[in-house]
Write a protein that binds this ligand. Structure first.
Ligand SMILES: *Cc1c(COP(=O)(O)O)cnc(C)c1O
Length: 217
């Protein structure tokens, strides 16, 4: 099936209020334009340089989401155009994002990444750290950061019982943090292999790459 067919098929099965981030990392501008022609406007990348290069040459009404791990020294390259930064995993990084936003007078929207997988390699806050941060008042000092939700990646496994348990835990955390952070609206969870489970567990933003664009090299 073509990129357009894949995309339309996935979109047809998503509830209307769910945002689809088409994950285009490693894919060419031509491939992104195929999805764009079918109406897709939100794309996710995991490398800041690659996202900036694509932003330069592609239509300006595309919303670019940074879904990968963010190095503090590269925030400045995406600050002028990025729509949403999913992988924010430390207060230090939030402070750098705030600083770069302030420099250009642009408030930057962020999701806090939560470590829900059993693998130790996945980045993110753990839930206790996040509860402490949410009640600390620190976020209120960051005038150029808008914390608008949480993001998580489940363990890479075919054990869907485990994946669901991890998503359920993130949804519970999301609901409880909203009491101290009323701006939390986005729950970004679910990829090609697990987005259906994520939706059933309360996701309202899914990040789908290979099911749209085909396998990556
Ligand atoms: C690559 C990536 C995705 C998309 O993965 P697929 O399995 O291709 O859908 C989603 N989220 C993050 C953070 C990624 O790095």
């Amino acid at each position: 099936m073509s990129i357009s067919e894949n995309l339309l098929k996935i979109k047809a099965n998503l509830p209307e209020e769910v945002v689809l981030v088409a994950v285009s990392k490693t894919k060419s501008a031509e491939e992104i334009l195929q999805a764009y022609s079918s109406g897709q406007r939100v794309f996710g990348e995991n490398r800041i340089q690659e996202m900036a290069d694509k932003h330069d040459i592609l239509p300006k009404d595309i919303e670019w989401h940074m879904i990968g791990h963010v190095q503090r020294n590269k925030v400045k390259y995406m600050a002028p155009f990025v729509s949403l930064i999913h992988g924010v995993d430390s207060l230090k990084l939030l402070k750098e994002i705030n600083k770069q936003g302030q420099k250009i007078g642009r408030k930057l929207s962020c999701l806090l990444q939560v470590h829900i997988a059993e693998e130790s390699s996945k980045f993110g806050f753990d839930s206790e750290e996040l509860k402490a941060l949410a009640t600390s008042g620190e976020l209120n000092n960051l005038e150029y950061v808008r914390v608008c939700g949480l993001m998580g990646m489940a363990t890479f496994t075919t054990n869907m019982v485990q994946v669901r348990r991890e998503f359920k835990g993130l949804k519970l955390l999301f609901d409880s943090l909203r009491e101290s952070l009323p701006g939390l609206e986005i729950l970004s969870m679910g990829m090609s292999g697990d987005y259906k489970a994520a939706l059933e567990e309360g996701s309202n933003m899914v990040r789908i790459g290979s099911s749209i664009f085909g396998a990556r090299n």
